[in-house]
Design a protein around this ligand. Structure first.
Ligand code: SF4
Length: 422
């Protein structure tokens, strides 16, 4: 780590952030990065010299804007540290470019604040251009400043984003809620496309039938992703196997892909420790998954989270949601979830449910009743995630009240999940 003070800027190269993902009530950066501090802001750049976050020193103190690899800015809102943790299990509310945040609509993605922060960033780039042209700075730092100027121009960002969308077949419409444990910093890799049910209510589906991908195509994508992430791959330690029901893919493909990605992405040398693997599953894929798959997953160098889309445990609600499932299957899937969580130290299965003011009391009661059938298998692992239905327009006051009642009534750790794409 080296620090330079040039023309009012404090520039630190190779700054080491936290080597572990932590939940903290203050802005925290993970892995290694370049940091440039001005009078009012702290700008951080990844190992490809691309902007990764902007933190305010005098305004929105304690909060930051973060740019993800799909070029979406996310506002990490502290909401005064009043209650976000009870809802999300995190200290920050991630506000994406949604017009409305279903949980705290007063804390939505704030265009005015963002514009101010972004203008400050453009001003910083101008200052760097001046410094590079006028000041006889040390060789190493000059090179990095020039790279920051080049990599962050709008054409370069657009080109890189297109590359990401190309590799991921149009981006990731939703990440599993468990990705919150690595701040959603996952490398996405599709081992299958589509899902089993194509439910009527779902706004993240691509509307295609479940389809396995060949290992040849997957290995090709690993190569492309490695080149896309380039130097900054050293700041990643986690993998998301897509798309909406990777648990339904062939076991051999799941395991071979996880091993190949771990080696090719160099997760063993990552600046961030404790690698994690994330995938979605369905009630059917969980019920059908064989012990051999869980044995193999458990012995991978990852801690694996599998998130199962259950949505309800009430037959009438399934009809309303146009999801072809019944209570009997949900109960079998939930029992298997508890069994796997108790048996395997490196695997944790969680479940998703939906909420909205158009859903019945029976729906909510069914989630509570299901949580209470934990029996002998509850071992402090697993969680319930509750997602507000996107198109329902449910008021945030309803979401907050209903969720807190559910959280207090369920015999499982329960959190809100707000859909996060990549
Ligand atoms: S809820 Fe899950 S299974 Fe249903 S359409 Fe959406 S992604 Fe597919």
């Amino acid at each position: 780590m080296e620090t330079f003070n040039i023309k009012g800027l404090k520039i630190t190269l190779n700054k080491q952030g936290s080597p572990y993902y932590l939940k903290a009530s203050y802005p925290i950066c993970f892995g290694k990065f370049t940091e440039i501090e001005t009078e009012n802001y702290i700008f951080r750049f990844n190992l490809n010299n691309r902007i990764k976050s902007i933190q305010g020193k005098k305004e929105a103190v304690g909060e930051q804007f973060k740019l993800n690899c799909a070029a979406d800015w996310i506002y990490y809102c502290a909401a005064g540290y009043k209650g976000v943790y009870s809802f999300l299990g995190e200290y920050y509310l991630p506000c994406l470019g949604y017009a409305k945040n279903p949980l705290f609509d007063i804390y939505r993605y704030d265009t005015k604040l963002f514009k101010k922060f972004f203008r400050a960033f453009l001003k910083l780039v101008e200052r760097l251009e001046y410094i590079v042209a006028q000041v006889n700075t040390l060789n190493g730092i000059n090179q990095i400043l020039k790279a920051i100027i080049t990599v962050n121009n709008s054409i370069a960002i657009k080109k890189k984003t297109e590359e990401f969308y190309n590799i991921t077949s149009g981006g990731v419409t939703v990440l599993p809620p468990d990705c919150r444990h690595v701040d959603y910093d996952v490398i996405p890799l599709n081992i299958s496309y589509g899902c089993l049910y194509n439910c009527g209510f779902c706004s993240v589906k691509k509307g295609i039938q479940f389809k396995n991908r060949s290992i040849t195509n997957i290995l090709y994508d690993i190569k492309r992703l490695k080149s896309f992430y380039a130097e900054d791959i050293a700041n990643y330690n986690s993998l998301f196997l897509g798309e909406h029901d990777a648990l339904n893919a062939k076991s051999k493909i799941i395991i071979e892909t996880a091993k190949a990605a771990y080696n090719q992405f160099g997760f063993q040398h990552s600046h961030i420790k404790n690698p994690m693997l994330f995938l979605f599953g369905s009630a059917d894929s969980l019920i059908n998954a064989k012990n051999e798959l869980f044995n193999a997953l458990n012995s991978l160098p990852f801690y694996t989270y599998i998130n199962i889309g259950m949505e309800s445990a009430d037959n009438k609600t399934f009809k309303l949601l146009q999801k072809p499932l019944v209570y009997r299957k949900i109960k079998a899937a939930f029992e298997k979830m508890l069994f796997i969580n108790a048996k395997y130290t490196n695997i944790e299965i969680t479940a998703n449910f939906v909420m909205g003011d158009t859903l019945s009391d029976e729906h909510y009661q069914s989630i509570i009743d299901l949580s209470k059938t934990t029996g002998k298998f509850f071992h402090g692992k697993g969680a319930f995630y509750i997602s507000p239905l996107e198109k329902s327009g449910t008021p945030s006051s309803y979401v907050q009240k209903k969720f807190l009642w559910l959280k207090n009534s369920c015999a499982m750790p329960t959190y809100i999940y707000l859909i996060q794409p990549l």
